[in-house]
Ligand binder design. Structure first.
Ligand SMILES: CC(C)(COP(=O)(O)OP(=O)(O)OC[C@H]1O[C@@H](n2cnc3c(N)ncnc32)[C@H](O)[C@@H]1OP(=O)(O)O)[C@@H](O)C(=O)NCCC(=O)NCCS
Length: 171
């Protein structure tokens, strides 16, 4: 039985070029190096995910995303198109990340000068980040917070708050 399943899987892959099994889906155009991906997670076109990343269940990673090594993503997370998630970012369950959100991990970047201390970012359960928002290094976005589209987040965001603007303020 197991052998039959393996053969069918192999033929499916040859026919479609996609990696699909009972557990998760990865589009053929994506380079996914991590083995830690939960059930029912989908990774769409032209994504790069490095080997140290951990991705939970029922996560949707839309096309053109990059996920570095020291990144933890919980369950039921939506990551819209064109999001780059760098080392030091933790995203808890049920978080929504809008298109082209920018995460950062180096407060005073200089080319070829590597910071010894990565500033960690924590996005807590149920938070949503609107399209094009920028999250500066070392911040926590509280549970169920809503970050407006285009906001520049410069401080920790309290739970259940709506923040808007540059610099983002509670509305
Ligand atoms: C912030 C947000 C949740 C507010 O929604 P809302 O409560 O319905 O607000 P309104 O549209 O009634 O606007 C209220 C005021 O906030 C302003 N405003 C709304 N969104 C804003 C934003 N992203 N940045 C700056 N100001 C904003 C409006 O201009 C309006 O100002 P005014 O009172 O001076 O006229 C919403 O506008 C938003 O940004 N959502 C995220 C959308 C997104 O990125 N989705 C991603 C998936 S496609």
């Amino acid at each position: 039985m197991f052998r039959m399943f393996s053969i069918l899987k192999k033929y499916y892959k040859q026919l479609t070029g996609n990696v699909k099994n009972n557990f998760h889906y990865i589009h053929e155009s994506s380079e996914v190096l991590t083995k830690i991906i939960g059930d029912k997670t989908s990774i769409w076109q032209y994504c790069v995910i490095l080997s140290g990343a951990k991705i939970g269940s029922n996560v949707n990673v839309c096309s053109h995303c990059f996920i570095e090594n020291d990144v933890n993503i919980g369950n039921n997370v939506t990551i819209k198109n064109g999001v780059y998630i760098y080392d030091g970012v933790t995203i808890e369950d049920n978080v929504f990340i809008g298109p082209n959100v920018t995460f950062t991990n180096d407060k005073k970047p200089r080319s070829k000068v590597y910071s010894y201390q990565i500033h960690r970012t924590l996005v807590k359960n149920g938070a949503s980040i609107g399209g094009g928002a920028t999250i500066l290094p070392g911040l926590t976005i509280g549970e169920n917070a809503m970050i407006a589209a285009g906001a520049i987040v410069t401080k920790d965001i309290p739970p259940n708050s709506l923040v808007v603007g540059d610099a983002a303020r509670i509305k």
